[in-house]
Design a protein around this ligand. Sequence first.
Ligand code: C2E
Ligand code: CA
Ligand code: CA
Length: 894
Amino acid sequence: MAGKNWQAGSKNSLATALVCLAASAWPCAHALAASGGFQPSSYVGSLDPNVIWEVLIGGIVIASFVGAVAIWVVSALRRVQRSQLRRNFFISSALNHLNQGVVMIDPRGRVIFCNDQYLNLYGLTRADVPRDMTGAQLLEMRRSRGVLHNSDEEFYGRAATPEGLITELPDGRSVLVKYFTLPNGGSVATHLDCTEQRKLSRKLSSTTQFLESVLDNVPVCVAAKNIEDGRYIFANRAFERFSRFSRDHIVGKRAEEIFSPATAAAIVKADTAAISAPEGYHRNEFQVERGAQRRILASNRVIARNEKGQPEFLIALFDDVTDRRSLSRELENAKKFLELVVDNIPVALIVERVKDGKYLLANRSAETILNRSREEATGLTAADIFNPREAKLIVARDEAAIRKRGLLAEEHPISTKDGLRLFLTRRMTVLDDAGEPQYLIKTHEDVTDRRQTESRMAHMAYHDGLTDLPNRAAFLQALAQMIEACAGTDEEFAVLCVDLDGLKEVNDVFGHATGDKVLIEVARRLQETARGGVVARLSGDEFGLIIDGKQPEAGQALAARLGEALANEFQIDGKAVRTGVTTGISVFPHNGPDAAALLANAGAALFRAKQKSRGTVNLFEPEMDQQIRDRRVLHQDLSVAIKNGELSLHYQPQAASGDTVATSRIIGFEALARWMHPLRGFVSPADFIPIAEESGLIVEMGEWILREACREAASWPVPLQVAVNLSPAQFMHGDVVNLVHSILLETGLSPGRLELEITEGVLIEDFDRGLALLRRLKALGVRISMDDFGSGYSSLSYLQAFPFDKIKIDRAFVINLGKTPQSANIVRAVIDLGHGLEMSIVAEGVETAEQLSFLAKEGCDAVQGYLLGKPAPIAQYAPLVGRDNTMEPARKTG
Ligand code: C2E
Ligand code: CA
Ligand code: CA
């Protein structure tokens, strides 16, 4: 950048020196020319020869003797002349051999000398520059030749400056003209062909510009400084941006004038290190404050030396690597994290180089298999680690995986320090860019425990978790095998369906934990009694057994033994628990061709046995099958009964107990469902309600019954109560609260007139849910009564848990009043109990006047039964509800 014209300058100064030398010789040349003896090959000025002649003639006239002196003078002069001549010749030839043109003008403005280069430069000949031509004429002539474009003023004005004048010639060359005035009033002009230099300098400056713009646009900070004074001479844009100082602010200053003392000190230290570094550069990393942030800079300092090898410039390149450092830290962390993961996965992982079979990587879990630390294992091969037999096997499997180039998974036992374990080994080949196997990744997973779990699960799939007996699926399989074995022979066998009596009560009274223990003990006793025969748990309290031998005797004998085995009390947690069994039996081949039929028929026999009496044994009879089929048909018919209008409601009056029927005032009616089957005629609710409950039809049916009863009651002129039975199934499956609420709104029946009769089944199925629903129902303003009290478990806890409005004493107790003394006591106790809980008591099934008077005497609040009125269409009770029965025909359902 600096001194780019120094070469041109030095040539100029040489030319100037010669010109001055020529100028100092000029007076002599003048004198020489006057003597007429000087004819230089180049024309040097226009000296007057008359002067010489005057001197010679004057000399002859004045004194001849002076002639000798004159001769001496002449000869002396000649000597001077010759030496002048030699000198002039030397000067002119020197001037002519300059690489630049020279023109000399005398004080009178005449051209006294121009050298050949001058003429050549401008395409002139000697003849073009005649004697006596003035400098102005010479310029004019050049203008006319087209080799000068400047005016005289411009020419002299510019050429006289130290920079000189550059004239462009038509052929593209450039000439640098410099003009000097001499002390004697003359002048000298030099003309230097600077075409090449101009080209070079133009090139240099465009290169410099280019480099500067490159430097300006690189994202790295670049600054240069003079080493001598430490001042910046250059800073690129990135540097400006980073330092937040403009270039103008930076250039010409030292670091300490720009930056904070700490930063400046760091810079100076790094600069010094670079200057003294023998390799000529210095890399380092340092931190600088930049605003509120601390930045990390990676710097590289390069020293530029001059031709003498002395450090002249320092170029500093640096980059803000703060973000890169944190990124690389993150990468490093991520790598460490991955290593940690690989090392800690519970699967053994080994990476092997395909080329030589050497282990490159192994994780912590692999140490068990490798029998050494993972560090020790790397670099070894299978042959180094395992015994020859094992190694051979491993290498063979490795090779198979490599050949396959995909995934190879297999399970095999490996002996480890923890004994023989089952491993699942996966081999995966990693290919290089050329598609050749490069690495083999092997994972060994200890699946010993998993396989054990799997077999446990398989066991669980066919076994009951509580008793560990085979379950229903396993029992059906066993049955199928048995059938297969006996089919076509005269072998027969029996299927026993055994129901455990009283489990519900045990659960209820002692809790489920005790119930579970009872089941486990029952299972043990059943197995013991079956003596190796098949025993399975089919459902909660139902067991299945298979017994071969002559039937039905063998089956009946086993059933009897089972009854005996379970007749003994159980001692569980110090409590005496008593259970019993009811058994149904079916026989192969007479009672069914396949496992499902045999089991279903044993179940049907059990169902019958339970209906008959608990604790009995019942053999399947074909008509039972018929009954079951009947049930199925009935179910189908029931599903269309509502739609076909076959359902209706009968109403049975309820009365406040009086001593006699006459004094018993009717307070309401219980609605009871009736089904008139198109073929079978009347079907008892005791038959179709359980079918409706089992199938879920009860939800739809219950809705119809409730709506019909409410609609009916709402139409009565006398606002008597209406009681509607709700099935536990309606609580389990339907939105009973919403239903009651919307029907009340829909029919306009006042909630206080509706009574819902529920059985304890509602609370047995799901106590919490049942209780919650009852509370919400009660919140609607309806009354809730506990139906059939005394028939089931009659747990007092239910009465305690929910404030029933009414308790209905089961018909069974009322029937026995006057027959057994206990009944009277029970009825009395229930009445007292209910009153103690502020619940009113209703007695069902009152058929006799004695029963009525007893109940009235004992303080029973209400009565219901044939004595007061049988269930009948409401038309029969029209006067009671305030209707004239002649006006209002009996209502049918619809
Ligand atoms: P429940 O709720 O205990 O109904 C009383 C049953 O006793 C009725 O039998 C009724 O006819 C009968 N009964 C009334 N007074 C006497 C009497 O003095 N002597 C005798 N021996 N029996 C009497 P029904 O109508 O056959 O109903 C039987 C059971 O069917 C009902 O027992 C109830 O559990 C169920 N049921 C009837 N209708 C419905 C209903 O609409 N919905 C639901 N969920 N169940 C109903
Ligand atoms: Ca009832
Ligand atoms: Ca009842």
